[in-house]
Write a protein that binds this ligand. Sequence first.
Ligand SMILES: Cc1cc2nc3c(=O)[nH]c(=O)nc-3n(C[C@H](O)[C@H](O)[C@H](O)COP(=O)(O)O)c2cc1C
Length: 188
Amino acid sequence: MSDIAVIYKSHYGFTEAYARWIAEELSADLLEAGMVRGRDLETYSAIVYGGGLYAGGVSGISLLTKNLDRLKGKALYLFTVGAADVSDPENTASIRRSLAKSLPPELMERTRIFHLRGGLRYSGMSLVHKTMLTMLRSKVLKTPESQLRSEDRMFLETYGKDISFLDRASIAPLVERVVQDREKERAQ
Ligand SMILES: Cc1cc2nc3c(=O)[nH]c(=O)nc-3n(C[C@H](O)[C@H](O)[C@H](O)COP(=O)(O)O)c2cc1C
């Protein structure tokens, strides 16, 4: 058992893939959020949480927000996984704004946050999610061409097709941060 936990909530496997890679590189325990009880968090000194983005919210994040008292003194890391291109600062700023609205300020301040790019898997998508994307498409189609962002264009062009932007190399900043923080802690 490690004293680092990588916990994830993933609907279509994108966040799970990143969580597996991160856990592998950190020799951490890999846990699916639904299997974790609040008190399990107490066992670890560092927690890396990853969740897919759904309408700006992080899947399963209530595991952290409902257990703030159990997270005191722990190193906390959060990675979001969405379809949007996270190399575009406009997109990361928008994700941050949504996070700031949904996470308690204490968690926002204490957590190191990273953004990774997943994809869209229409095959096997739940009816609720398909309906949400159908509604989003109707909205985007009504937007004047001149106001469409590159994300909107990509969404329309790839609508209905499975796409993946999984990139193992993109976990490096998160992994390095965890390793550096632990080295610093040991040196103290
Ligand atoms: C209904 C719905 C809403 C979504 N909302 C967002 C969003 O707000 N931002 C984003 O970047 N991606 C969004 N996505 C894309 C997912 O975040 C993306 O598919 C991600 O890779 C899912 O990861 P998972 O398979 O681990 O759950 C949405 C997807 C669906 C189906």
